[in-house]
Ligand binder design. Structure first.
Ligand SMILES: Cc1cc2nc3c(=O)[nH]c(=O)nc-3n(C[C@H](O)[C@H](O)[C@H](O)COP(=O)(O)O)c2cc1C
Length: 216
C-alpha cells in the first residue's frame, strides 16, 4: 500500500480506456494463483510441441472437460505467427495431453515457454522425456505425475486481436496418475508439489494450506 492512500480507497478502471497490456497486467495480477496446463501436441507431420498455459481450469467433470486459452501472439514477437503452435496443432489434429506441473520440473516447463519456431521440438529443448500416450498421438511428459489424454471437444475463438485468445475445451479420455500420489481417487497435494502462476515471473507453491468445511 502506498503512503498516504486510505486502505479502503478504491480505484475504478475502465478497460476501454486502457491499453490491452495494462488490462493484461490487471488480469494476471488479479486471477491468482493460476494452475498450469503443460500441453503437448503434434502437428500433422508429427512434430512434437510442448508449452505451458496458465489460463487453465476444469469446465465439467461429467464428461471430464478441461479448458485452457492460447492467446494471440503480439506483433514483432520474433517474427513468429500470431497463432501459437499449440492452437494450430490442435485445430489440425484435435488431440493433446495436459500434463500437471510440479516444482521438480518448473525450470524445464519455463524453457518450453520461449518463443520458438514451429519446427522446434520443446521436448528436445527442455530435456523432458516423451512417453507414448495410449489413445492420442502427442506424447505425455514422463516427469509429470498427472497426465490427461484429451480429444478436442470445441474451440471458442474469443478474440483475434493481439492479446486476445481462444478457449480450447478438451475431453479427458485417460488420466495417468503416479501410483504413489493416489488414494481412492484422491490426489495427495504433498506429493504432487503443484505450482501456480502469479503475475510476471512469480510462482506460488501449494504447501501453505488451510481447511474450511462447507456449510451443510
Ligand atoms: C507458466 C506460464 C504460463 C503461461 N500461460 C499462457 C497462457 O495461458 N496463454 C498463452 O497464450 N500463453 C501462455 N504462456 C506463454 C506460452 O507458454 C508461450 O507463448 C509459448 O511459447 C507458446 O508455445 P507454442 O507457440 O509452442 O504453443 C505461459 C507461459 C508460462 C511460463
Amino acid at each position: 500500500m502506498s503512503e498516504g492512500i486510505s486502505p479502503t480507497a478504491m480505484r475504478t478502471l475502465n478497460p476501454s480506456e486502457q491499453t490491452p497490456q495494462e488490462t493484461y497486467k490487471l488480469l494476471v495480477g488479479s486471477v491468482v494463483p493460476r494452475p498450469i496446463a503443460f500441453v503437448s501436441s503434434m502437428d500433422a507431420q508429427g512434430v512434437r510441441n510442448l508449452a505451458p498455459f496458465s489460463f487453465f481450469t476444469v469446465a465439467s467433470a461429467n464428461p471430464p472437460i478441461v479448458c485452457f486459452c492460447p492467446m494471440v501472439r503480439g506483433a514483432n514477437n520474433n517474427n513468429l505467427q500470431s497463432t501459437k503452435d499449440t492452437l494450430r496443432n490442435i485445430i489440425a489434429t484435435r488431440e493433446f495431453v495436459v500434463n500437471i506441473v510440479s516444482e521438480e520440473f518448473a525450470a524445464q516447463m519455463n524453457a518450453c515457454s520461449a518463443d520458438l519456431p514451429p519446427d522446434v521440438d520443446e521436448f528436445e529443448v527442455s530435456g523432458l522425456t516423451p512417453l507414448d500416450s495410449e489413445l492420442v498421438r502427442p506424447p505425455r511428459v514422463a516427469e509429470s505425475y498427472i497426465q490427461m489424454e484429451c480429444r478436442l471437444e470445441q474451440i471458442v475463438h474469443v478474440s483475434t486481436e493481439s492479446l486476445g485468445g481462444s478457449l480450447v475445451l478438451g475431453e479427458i479420455l485417460r488420466f495417468h496418475v503416479r501410483e504413489a500420489l493416489l488414494d481412492n481417487f484422491r490426489i495427495d497435494p504433498d506429493k504432487l508439489h503443484a505450482i501456480g502462476r502469479m503475475a510476471g515471473s512469480t510462482y506460488a507453491r501449494t504447501t501453505d494450506r488451510f481447511e474450511m468445511e462447507r456449510p451443510k
